[in-house]
Ligand binder design. Structure first.
Ligand SMILES: [Cu+2]
Length: 282
């Protein structure tokens, strides 16, 4: 944990130097570390404050299973309990307008560090560290930290060779996705909150099988047509927001899926078309 904090301060010094020698400001680095106690309790360390603009989150998952770090903005005064109630609430429930999904780092394997660059405006945020479990009721309570963002302007979000644009209700990939680490910019041009969850289609299965797996009610039969172990995903992103992240992909067909519902509540977006086949090149 100490080593990461040190790395963060070296990066911060580097970005100051970069700012002096160029008009382009570099994203401000932020180190977020999730730890898990022997009894399963999660805790999160993150800075209390940062400046507005692009912020590069480096998320170190020292927990026992895959976890994510999402940044949630609140308009007005809302406690973290209110935020967690929305995030862990009934599937398909309404999402209050005071809650803003600012992005963050998607699923990260235990022992790994992943980064994502997001854009923050002045305001109050919570960083939520959440373990992923197949049965959400069994997971530990998410850990949280407050983050106060001040100022205006700041660094711009970097561009990336490949952009994935979400609309209500579709994914559009601009550029190539290849086997290995892809730096991807995710732009949410829709009016709803979206994320990108990418599942490799299992050998011997087709995209139609994958679609049927998600869209058919009741218990599926037979082996799943998707490789859940190989799945990668982004944090949730509000309307008009963007982030830059890395997606580790392998060659072959994927199903891109959004599980989020409309703000007013309702079925997950894959039922409205946000389940699409995307082919990753070798
Ligand atoms: Cu969506």
């Amino acid at each position: 944990m100490r080593r990461l904090a040190l790395a963060g301060s070296i990066l911060a010094a580097g970005s100051l130097l970069a700012a002096c020698s160029s008009d382009d400001k570099a994203p401000v680095p932020i180190a977020v570390v999730l730890t898990q106690a022997g009894d399963g309790t999660l805790s999160l360390s993150a800075p209390d404050t940062t400046k507005s603009g692009a912020v590069q989150i480096s998320f170190q998952n020292d927990g026992q299973g895959p976890a994510s770090a999402e940044v949630i903005g609140v308009e007005g005064t809302h406690t973290v309990d209110e935020v967690l109630e929305v995030l862990g609430g009934d599937e398909g429930g309404p999402i209050p307008t005071w809650l803003k999904a600012a992005g963050g780092v998607g699923s990260t394997a235990p022992g790994q560090t992943s980064t994502a660059t997001i854009e923050l405006v002045e305001g109050s945020y919570y960083v939520i560290g959440q373990a992923e479990s197949e049965d959400e009721s069994e997971g530990p309570r998410p850990a949280s930290a407050t983050l106060q963002v001040s100022g205006d302007g700041g660094a711009k979000l970097p561009s990336a060779g490949t952009t994935i644009v979400t609309t209500d209700y579709a994914f559009k990939v601009d550029g190539d996705l290849k086997a290995g680490a892809n730096t991807v910019r995710f732009d949410n041009d829709g009016n709803q909150i979206h994320h990108i969850q990418a599942f490799p289609i299992a050998p011997g299965s087709s995209f139609d099988d994958a679609k049927a797996f998600f869209l058919t009610e009741g218990e599926p039969t037979g082996p799943p047509p998707l490789d859940f172990e190989g799945a990668v995903g982004t944090a949730a992103l509000d309307a008009g927001a963007a982030l830059v992240t890395t997606m580790d992909l392998k060659a072959g067909p994927y199903a891109f899926v959004c599980f989020i519902q409309d703000r007013q509540g309702g079925p997950p977006h894959f039922t409205k078309g946000m389940i699409q086949e995307v082919t990753v090149g070798s």
